[in-house]
Design a protein around this ligand. Structure first.
Ligand code: NIG
Ligand code: FE
Length: 424
């Protein structure tokens, strides 16, 4: 184990210690220590507190000091919903949509997700991994330390495995990568006339195979018009639960099919999107243990104005998380800071609520609230130093990167120069 590291002098040290997940009013509670310090020993947080006190700890003797004077220090972002393994972007679709085509129309014409699937199937694992790694570096540069990734651009056993293996190989390089099987993303063209036969394939072959190979921890389904029906989603998720997968669901993005109610009924760890959510289902979700994951980046990029009902969810006591939904079709940003800006301006979440939603509640949405998402003794040393002393500026200066240093498991992973400096 190397020398301990003392990050000291932080004008605001956002610890986020306390209850996880945060609900309702707890979301505003960042547990800030002024002039704070974090002592890192190995890959863990040894202690947090006032700089003066921390400097005098015997464990801090001989520590390498990182001066955070005047800056804010906070947990790294936990981005709990992304599709970061894809072959290329879709700027042509983007242009068509600007010209008036809808996202659903593009898909019907075999563009959209289908074009990504076609390209991914043809790409070698090495090339796919290189693309994905490039994006992971961007996540790290913008302050994310844990990222979830979904398959779902393979849509056959071999290509789904290929995506999940890429993520498996990239785990820890440099981020923690949590893998989700989304074989039920859309029905592949070959099964267009018999979608249930594809569901048979997912349930009968893909799920057990992926479980046996330990390629994914969670199973997700896109339940929407043009994707999977409520009955199909239920069948897949029940089979997944039986096999020991944690459950997630893309629900109420474009149409209301009752998917949120299903997620609550099946005690999914999270239900994601929720643009169309209202009424009894909103109440049921707020009163459940399922995390409500909101993805405003996709609403923004699709040029829609219907954001999920964040305020009502928070007022009813839901555990709200925020994620990028990074993907080439609806949300081409790996930058959680931009998501915070959208949460604030479009969904009226306060900067503090948005930070809780993007850290500790994101961790809860991945079943990792005990190890990441807050700065507490014993947790992994996953943290960022901001280019500002006021955390509210993350959501305020939109489109800027205010992350000046990213540390994961006690190692500086961004910027590269600081990493070399520390190694000397
Ligand atoms: O979360 N909703 C479905 N899946 C993605 C979009 C995938 C794509 O268009 O490539 C989403 O928005
Ligand atoms: Fe998604």
């Amino acid at each position: 184990m190397g020398r301990p590291v003392l990050i000291r002098g932080a004008r605001q040290l956002l610890t986020l210690r306390g209850p996880a997940p945060r609900r309702g009013r707890q979301l505003s509670d960042l547990e800030i220590i002024e002039d704070g310090a974090v002592l890192v020993v190995g890959d863990r947080i040894h202690s947090v507190g006032a700089s003066r006190r921390m400097e005098n700890l015997k464990e801090a003797r001989g520590a390498e000091v990182i001066d955070a004077t005047g800056k804010a220090v906070m947990p790294g972002f936990v981005d709990s919903h992304t599709h970061f393994v894809f072959p290329v972007g879709r700027p042509a679709d983007f242009e068509h949509r600007i010209g008036g085509a809808s996202y659903a129309e593009l898909r019907q014409h075999r563009g959209g997700i289908h074009s990504t699937v076609q390209a991914l199937r043809l790409m070698s694992p090495t090339a796919l991994q290189a693309q994905a790694l490039r994006w992971l570096r961007k996540f790290a540069a913008h302050g994310t330390t844990t990222v979830e990734g979904k398959s779902g651009y393979g849509l056959n056993p071999a290509a789904e495995r290929k995506s999940l293996r890429v993520m498996q190989k990239l785990d820890g390089r440099p981020l923690e990568v949590v893998r989700t099987f989304l074989g039920a993303h859309v029905v592949p063209p070959q099964f267009e006339s018999s979608p249930d036969a594809y569901v048979d394939l997912v349930v009968g072959q893909m799920l057990p195979d992926i479980r046996r190979r330990r390629l994914a921890e969670f199973c997700d389904v896109f339940c929407d018009s043009g994707a999977f029906t409520l009955a199909q989603a239920k069948r897949i998720l029940l089979a997944a639960r039986e096999l020991g997968f944690g459950l997630k669901l893309h629900a109420d993005q474009l149409t209301r099919l009752g998917a949120t109610g299903l997620a609550v009924e099946l005690e999914a760890v999270s239900v994601d999107h929720l643009e169309q959510l209202e009424g009894d289902e909103l109440e049921a979700l707020a009163n459940s243990g399922t995390i409500a994951t909101l993805l405003p980046g996709s609403v923004f990029h699709l040029g829609s104005f219907r954001y999920p009902p964040a305020r009502r969810l928070i007022e009813r006591g839901a555990a709200v998380a925020l994620a990028t939904d990074f993907n080439p079709g609806t949300s081409p940003t790996p930058n959680m800071q931009m998501i915070l800006a959208l949460a604030a301006t479009q969904m009226k979440m306060t900067p503090a609520e948005a930070i809780s939603a993007a850290t500790i509640n994101g961790a809860a949405a991945l079943g990792r609230a005990a190890t990441v998402g807050s700065l507490e003794p014993g947790k992994f040393a996953d943290l960022i130093i901001l280019d500002t002393g006021d955390y509210r500026e993350i959501a305020y200066y939109f489109g800027l990167n205010l992350c000046r240093m990213t540390m994961r498991r006690g190692e500086i992973i961004w910027p590269a120069a600081a990493r070399r400096e520390k190694a000397r």
